[in-house]
Structures are given as structure tokens and as C-alpha cells.
Design a protein around this ligand. Sequence first.
Ligand SMILES: Nc1ncnc2c1ncn2[C@@H]1O[C@H](COP(=O)(O)OP(=O)(O)O)[C@@H](O)[C@H]1O
Ligand SMILES: Nc1ccn([C@@H]2O[C@H](COP(=O)(O)O)[C@@H](O)[C@H]2O)c(=O)n1
Length: 363
Amino acid sequence: MHKPFPRPIDKPRKRAAAQLYLTDTPKLPVTIILFTADNITAERCFCLAPKQRKSTKRALRTSTLPQHKVLTLLGESKDSSNGMSETRNMDGHVANGSTNGVRTLRNGKRPFLIGVSGGTASGKSTVCKRIMEKLGIDNVAYMQRQVVCISQDSFYRELNEEEKVRALKGNFNFDHPDAFNNELLHQTLVDILHGQSCEIPVYDYCTHSSSGERFSTIYPADVVLVEGILVFYIPQIRNLFHMKLFVDTDSDLRLARRVLRDIKDRGRDLDHVLNQYTMYVKPAFEEFCLPTKKFADVIIPRGADNTVAIDLIVQHIKDLLNNQVAVPLPVSPTSNQFSSYSGDSSPASPRRNPADGHFKTPH
Ligand SMILES: Nc1ncnc2c1ncn2[C@@H]1O[C@H](COP(=O)(O)OP(=O)(O)O)[C@@H](O)[C@H]1O
Ligand SMILES: Nc1ccn([C@@H]2O[C@H](COP(=O)(O)O)[C@@H](O)[C@H]2O)c(=O)n1
């Protein structure tokens, strides 16, 4: 079990590089993460006024102060070493005691990222749901979940007017890698790996768009499941995963399930589903999704029906949460123009992929 926030600052001599994560919404708390040579060692949330945000950011940008000094600078009360004691904001107000309810990471370790891929309607979301159920996560409050799940579908890119018209007629290829905002997905995963809370767009399959106003918040979690048809396609994204699962379900069964689901949940009629399937979904599956199966560490035949595979994965996650499994660093992109992720704080040498460094769809 992770220790309650705030954790004792037990090694004040360690030098800390502080990083301040700002959200665009002034009312939300900011998160300050203290990195030391070996890992993230502390995380705090503060409610700062806009002016204070600016000056704090400036002060922390080049900070290599000892941790206790950084926390003093931030205005945290000295008696915060007690597990549930209060945390003071910069303006002197008492915060709610535990990062406004946001949990800290398992012993300050980086989150473990699991990619879950497979064809449309293969059961990716259902497999993730089963994993969460078996871990008992679905009964835990969002902010406190040790395991969370996000979908690549939240990262479909905005369409222009002409594309929207085509999409409404079933004439747009949503199964091509370029249909996604891959930079945003990549940056979100990088932020997640840094233990940061993220806001991800809420996607609407009926309008083929994200509203631009509705977001769901992903709070720091120890294990993050990321499911989607093409999560292993772009090397820079694929290489961020510590573990890769591929859900392998018979294609007739997938089509049958997709027809029912798209009519029931996604506002489609039979013609629309079948046309889109034959014109785009099936060819793109063969060209882009299926070839990524070879990157999987575990292939799950029959998806959620495969309880043996799911139980093994659940056991592995439990071992991880109990710290019985060493977490390797994911491969860090070498010269990625979009990335600020540098998984360089561990002595483990990352496996390099020769395709890294070019953040575009590798046709
Ligand atoms: N093992 C299963 N048995 C019966 N129905 C399933 C099974 N797995 C998934 N489904 C159903 O098939 C549809 C697609 O499953 P889903 O998990 O959403 O697939 P994906 O996330 O891969 O698109 C959903 O309606 C889901 O309820
Ligand atoms: N506006 C959209 C966006 C996506 N799709 C289809 O969704 C499939 C991916 O989601 P799964 O849950 O099935 O993995 C993909 O095959 C797209 O064709 C859509 O129809 N409309």
C-alpha cells in the first residue's frame, strides 16, 4: 500500500530538482514534483493565485535546492511530516491535507504503462474492465485509484468541415494512424509517466468530435492501461509501454460485435457500419493494426473470455503494486521533437528502436 500523503521528507540532504506542473484552469491545484537523481521523491499540490504561479514557476525552474527548502519556499507547514497533517498553500490557506485528494505514486516510482491493442471490437475495453474489476479498482474513488484506464479513441484529431461531412456518411478513415492526434497522446503518456495529472478530451462517436470543453481528469496512478487499435503503431508511443498486450479475437466475431455495438452505442445504422467496415476498417486493420501484433509481450486469444490470461495479468499487476516486480524503464525516444520525456534517471539501459526520433506514421 502506498503511504498517505504527505510522506515524510526523510532525506533532506538529497538535492531536488523541482518541476512545476501548471494546469490552464486557475482554480485547479498545481502539482509540484521533486525529482532527485534516482526518482520522483515527493509530490505536492498547491492552490496558487495566478501571480504566485508565475513567481513560483520562475523560482523553481532552475532549482537544485534541498527538498525541505523547496517545500518551505512553497509554503508547506513544517509539521507536514505526519502522514495526514495539513498542507499550507502559498496564500496561507490550509489545503485538504492530502494533495486535494490526489494520491501519490507507489513509493515515488514511475507509473507502469500497459498498452492494450487489437482490432476493433476485439474486447480491448472489456479486457481492461475485467482487469480493473478483478483488482477491485471499480469500487475506489477516481482520485485514489492505483490503476486507471485510458482509450486512444479520446485522441482522435479534430476534423475539418469537409472531413466531418464525409465522416457522417461513413466516408472517413478512422482506422488510419493519421486520424489520431498522436502528438497529444504521446505528450499525455509522457506526462503520466512523470506522475502528473492529465486532462484528456471526451470523444463523441456520434458527432465524430471532442467537444473541446469536456475533459476527463486522469489522476496519478501506479498502473495505467492504454487501449486502442493503433497504440503500438507509432514507435515513440509504443516504446513508452512497459508491457504490451494484444487482444486477438476472430474477425467474424469482431464484426458481429461491432455491428451491434455501433448501432446501439454509436448512433449508426447497419448500412453505415458495413460500408465503413469493408471500405476502411478491415483494410486498415490488415495494414496498420495486425502487423503490430508482433510487438506484443502477451497475446490474449478470445479477449475477455480468456480468464486464465486475464488472471495472470492481474496477478502480475498485484505483484507490481506490492513491489515484488522490478519495473523497467520504457524505451525513451532519443531525439523526439514532441517529447520532454527523459527516462534517464534510472541506471537501466533502455532498449533503443532504430525507428525512434521521427514522430510520424511509419508507412
Ligand atoms: N467476451 C465477450 N463476450 C461477449 N461480448 C463481448 C465480449 N467482449 C466484448 N464484448 C462486446 O463486444 C463489443 C466490443 O467490445 P469492446 O470491449 O468494446 O471492444 P474494443 O474495445 O476492442 O473495441 C461490446 O459491445 C462488448 O460488450
Ligand atoms: N468517429 C469515429 C471514431 C472511431 N470509429 C471507429 O472506432 C474504432 C476504434 O474503436 P474500438 O473501440 O472499436 O477499438 C475504429 O475502428 C473506427 O473505425 C468510428 O467509427 N467513428
